[in-house]
Design a protein around this ligand. Structure first.
Ligand SMILES: Cc1cc2nc3c(=O)[nH]c(=O)nc-3n(C[C@H](O)[C@H](O)[C@H](O)COP(=O)(O)O)c2cc1C
Length: 315
């Protein structure tokens, strides 16, 4: 079996450097959705966000850009910029749970407003790009999605990616598999499942339960265990896993140090990576605490080297 596996967007983590270095070292992902971009000065894209999507910065893993917007005119303007870069599909973010975003009726904040979503979808029909949607099942209540499914079914979509949590749940609490099942049954579009695939057995359980799912999006599980997409597909990596992780880490560090301004930024980014990557180690919490305490890049490098050279096993 060869499931379609998609790297989830995690803003501040899965930008182009991470996506590309990840694909150099670890097999398994077929594509990625990029972290969201929003409009900048009304009708354009912030240069740093645009850079992330330049085709030359994404040589290995096919990527679908994602837009966070509630204004269809702005969405269309950004879509044209993306089309000019050669993209053919864009993803609309209906999932972002952060109050700063959701309180402004963007991301998951739009989910209680089916009329606004229908208007948006109707208005962007002239878009130069095909549309995929990434959604949660509601902002406050899991039944919000049911009204939306009939709207989604009326418009052409390449796929509907569902993370079956409400916005209020943020990233915690159980995924709601019953509601996901109900969406899967009535969707006219291919449905991608997303949420808490942290091991091969999680994947097996979900794929047996939902055999008609078109693809599987994985975020935190793959950041914690970058071998996971390959393990799901039965593709192994040649070599010692710790050495592969070390080479992956060192390559990321090298790339980030070329453009992140100042050691503070670099250290902050690497701590963000370890927030998840520490999950690869049985004593990961202890390691993470030590890493989080470092305040100098040379101390950080020494500490991480001792992890690769030390007697650590992987989970
Ligand atoms: C730090 C962080 C940043 C995220 N950024 C985005 C984003 O830019 N766009 C988006 O659609 N989802 C974003 N998400 C949600 C993930 O794509 C994904 O839906 C969520 O983590 C659940 O999947 P997982 O359990 O496989 O990680 C983010 C999640 C986290 C933890």
């Amino acid at each position: 079996m060869n499931p379609t596996l998609i790297l989830a967007p995690l803003r501040g983590l899965t930008e182009s450097t991470y996506r590309t270095v990840f694909s150099r070292f670890f097999p398994g992902f077929d594509s990625a959705v990029a972290p969201f971009i929003n409009t900048y000065q009304g009708n354009t894209i912030k240069p740093s966000l645009l850079k992330d999507l330049l085709p030359e910065n994404n040589p290995l893993l096919p990527v679908i850009p994602q837009i966070l917007a509630k204004n269809p005119a702005n969405f269309l303007k950004i879509s044209q910029i993306l089309a000019d870069l050669g993209y053919t599909t864009v993803n609309w973010n209906l999932g972002c749970p952060y109050p700063m975003v959701a309180n402004k009726e963007r991301g998951s904040g739009l989910l209680p407003h089916p009329d606004k979503i229908a208007y948006f979808l109707d208005t962007i029909q002239g878009s130069p790009l095909s549309l995929s949607i990434k959604t949660r099942i509601g902002r406050r209540h899991p039944d919000e999605i049911m009204k939306l499914m009939s709207i989604f079914n009326q418009f052409p979509l390449t796929e509907l990616i569902i993370h079956p949590r409400t916005g209020l749940q943020m990233y915690k609490g159980n995924v709601d598999l019953e509601t996901f099942q109900a969406c899967l049954e009535i969707s006219k579009h291919p449905v991608v499942y997303n949420g808490d695939i942290n091991s091969v057995s999680d994947y097996r359980h979900l794929s047996e339960k939902f055999p008609t799912v078109a693809g599987w999006m994985i975020g935190r599980g793959a950041l914690a265990n970058p071998f996971l997409p390959g393990q799901i597909k039965g593709i192994s990596c040649d070599g010692n896993p710790i050495q592969i992780l070390a080479a992956f880490h060192d390559t990321l560090l090298q790339h980030y140090s070329e453009y992140l301004s100042g050691p503070g930024h670099l250290l902050g980014r690497m701590k963000g990576i370890w927030f998840y990557l520490s999950g690869s180690f049985p004593d990961g919490r202890k390691l993470l605490k030590k890493i989080q305490k470092t305040s100098r890049i040379d101390h950080y490098k020494d500490l991480v080297k001792s992890i690769w050279d030390g007697p650590h096993n992987l989970v």
